[in-house]
Ligand binder design. Sequence first.
Ligand SMILES: Cc1cc2nc3c(=O)[nH]c(=O)nc-3n(C[C@H](O)[C@H](O)[C@H](O)COP(=O)(O)OP(=O)(O)OC[C@H]3O[C@@H](n4cnc5c(N)ncnc54)[C@H](O)[C@@H]3O)c2cc1C
Length: 298
Amino acid sequence: MEKIARLLKEKITGPVKTGEPLSRHTSFGIGGPADLFVEPQTVDELAAVVSVLRRENLPSFLLGNGTNLLVSDAGYRGAVIRLGGEFREFYYRDQTLVSGAAVSLAVLARDACRQGYANLEFATGIPGTLGGALFMNAGAHGHSIGEFVLETTLLDREGRIHNLGPEEMGFSYRGSRIPTGMVICSAKLSLLPGKAEEIEEKCRKYFEFRAIRQPRLPNAGSIFKNPPGDAAGRLLEAAGLKGLRIGGAMISQQHANFIVNCGGATARDVLALIAVARQAVREKSGVELELEIKVFGE
Ligand SMILES: Cc1cc2nc3c(=O)[nH]c(=O)nc-3n(C[C@H](O)[C@H](O)[C@H](O)COP(=O)(O)OP(=O)(O)OC[C@H]3O[C@@H](n4cnc5c(N)ncnc54)[C@H](O)[C@@H]3O)c2cc1C
């Protein structure tokens, strides 16, 4: 691993670390070490990283803000790539927001609101990056990010750039059809001019809604997708799961579709709770809950 780290340090200006604890990079605060952790600052640096990892036959995982992830306690035997530098920049061109994939979606929503642009109010308080939001087709309050995408720029494993329109991204409920190994570098989002006070009022309402409904302890957002015509939170609550605890992980008292880290929770604790919750809902309501969070690592 040291040899690959040295090779990467010659190619990029961003950090290259070995044995980086992923618990530092997930909103759950859970996750063992990544063999390699690299932060390319430009598209050229990203292409160089991808090329070295391909040559060395090392698997890689693209990390956003880690707000929808459960990383295993043993960590990851490969390279975790997190985008820095120019991927954290954004600007407006007329009614289009052009943003790097590492910009926080909540920051984009707040800034567009300040500029008097409508469309992104739904994203107020969603804590992921734009890249993670596009991969997951993040949404709330009846809207999701895919609706506002004009174009996305991605880099493939061979270092080639692709510009994809929304149809090619294959957005669906909390998902997209981005081929494995492709990295979202940036996107263009369509905005609409609106009345500043109305937009601000909407953002304020959405923010308060979150503050009341969502737990404060470390979590990874909704654990399960909502099944058609129902809410996972309602089914979990009906199965009497609120407050159920295994090790340091607990099904939130506030919202049953959130698992919180009460302190010292492990991925094993969370996975055990997930298994119990699924079984209880299956027995009570006959519904098979599907995971929304992504689980990765050993
Ligand atoms: C308190 C809280 C509230 C939340 N509320 C909501 C909500 O209202 N609605 C909602 O939809 N989600 C919500 N989430 C979940 C999460 O914020 C979103 O899914 C978010 O879009 C994930 O972004 P991320 O950058 O954290 O991605 P990560 O969790 O880091 O990664 C998620 C997936 O995206 C992939 N990915 C990330 N960046 C890229 C990239 N540049 N290129 C290719 N693949 C990439 C990763 O490989 C991974 O498979 C919430 C989470 C928390 C903790």
